[in-house]
Design a protein around this ligand. Structure first.
Ligand code: FAD
Ligand code: NAP
Length: 273
């Protein structure tokens, strides 16, 4: 009989569950009761093109990952990854995700995809980013990407939200770019920011679609109307916004492109529903 009992012979220790594809939360900032942003560690092997999205989430109560699509809001050169998120009070993921703290882990599937990328557009002079709500997330990445300013003479970011506080994440980001040691000089005066609200008084009121149709945007920014020869666009908002902007872009002669077939504009949904 073997009397030597080693640690290995002891009753098996219950395995501590570890998250698959875990990344660590490094910071969290709450912007309103419906919006927050957070940063996480970046998998060393993760390469992505600014504007793409990944699947992120938490472990579900059934022991299976609960994942949702999220645009990466940080640029591809950043050491960490940033996300900008809605808080849906009864949303399966964000009812829980909104409570993350630095040091917590989230799941991040390192397979970036998406259509809001430079490769899906033909060369042009002026690039429009049209966003509503959290649809600004992919553009938060693209406006920090040197390629954006190398490829275009002028970059116009429009952001429409219901209320003024919902613009703050984008406003602070744009403001910080001018003094950014890495790309501040490249950005220079090229980036024009056009924030509007629809349900709270602000310096510029109205849906971007109406402001485009009336020509107000062009008047305010001192630029010519949409022109398929020079202008390119990326669109990210609700299904309604996306469809309405598409109609305006098509009427101006711009055609929808894709990774495999670059044209004058590309569109992605900011959320389903
Ligand atoms: C390509 C793509 C990229 C996305 N990127 C982001 C992102 O960067 N940030 C982000 O917050 N969400 C993003 N989403 C939405 C995200 O995938 C989830 O829907 C969101 O996190 C809510 O998850 P949930 O499980 O709490 O609720 P869900 O069951 O997914 O959604 C419940 C309802 O909440 C509403 N809703 C969901 N997301 C939003 C939103 N972002 N803004 C306004 N209303 C919403 C819709 O009406 C939806 O039916 C993206 C979706 C797609 C398809
Ligand atoms: N934001 C809030 O305070 C709030 C609060 C509770 C619940 N919710 C729910 O959350 C969901 C998402 O709300 P959200 O405010 O993040 O996104 P949203 O409803 O898509 O609105 C974001 C912005 O886009 C504008 N917009 C919507 N459809 C448009 C279109 N077809 N063309 C041009 N502009 C358009 C809106 O203008 P309009 O204002 O003119 O629609 C608003 O300024 C909705 O189902 C909403 O009911 C929102």
């Amino acid at each position: 009989m073997n009397e030597h009992v080693t640690v290995n012979d002891a009753a098996p220790v219950k395995a501590v569950p570890t998250l698959p594809d875990a990344q660590t939360v490094t910071s969290v900032k709450h912007w309103t009761d419906r919006l927050f942003s957070f940063r996480v560690s970046r998998p060393q092997s993760l390469r992505f093109r600014s504007g793409e999205f990944v699947m992120i989430g938490l472990m579900g109560e059934n022991g299976r990952p609960l994942l949702r699509a999220y645009s990466i809001a940080s640029p591809s050169w950043d050491e960490e990854l940033e996300f900008y998120s809605i808080k849906v009070q009864d949303g399966p993921l964000t009812s829980r995700l909104q409570h993350i703290q630095p040091g917590d882990e989230i799941i991040l599937r390192p397979k970036p995809v998406g259509t809001l990328v430079h490769d899906a557009l033909l060369p042009g002079k002026r690039l429009y980013f049209f966003a509503t709500g959290t649809g600004i997330a992919p553009f938060a990445s693209l406006i920090r990407d040197p390629e954006t300013y190398e490829n275009y003479d002028e970059v116009i970011l429009t952001h429409t939200c219901r209320e003024v506080a919902e613009l703050e994440y984008g406003r602070q980001l744009v403001e910080s770019l001018r003094d950014d040691p890495l790309i501040g000089e490249l950005v220079g005066d090229k980036l024009k920011y056009y924030p509007t609200t629809t349900r709270e008084e602000s310096p510029k009121m109205g849906r971007i679609t109406e402001l485009l149709k009336s020509g107000q945007v062009f008047e305010d920014l001192g630029i010519p109307p949409l022109n398929p020869e020079t202008d390119r666009a990326m669109v990210c908002g609700s299904l309604g916004l996306n469809n309405d902007i598409k109609e305006i872009l098509e009427a101006a002669g711009l055609r929808e492109g894709a990774n495999s077939d670059p044209k004058e504009y590309v569109v992605e949904k900011a959320f389903v529903g």
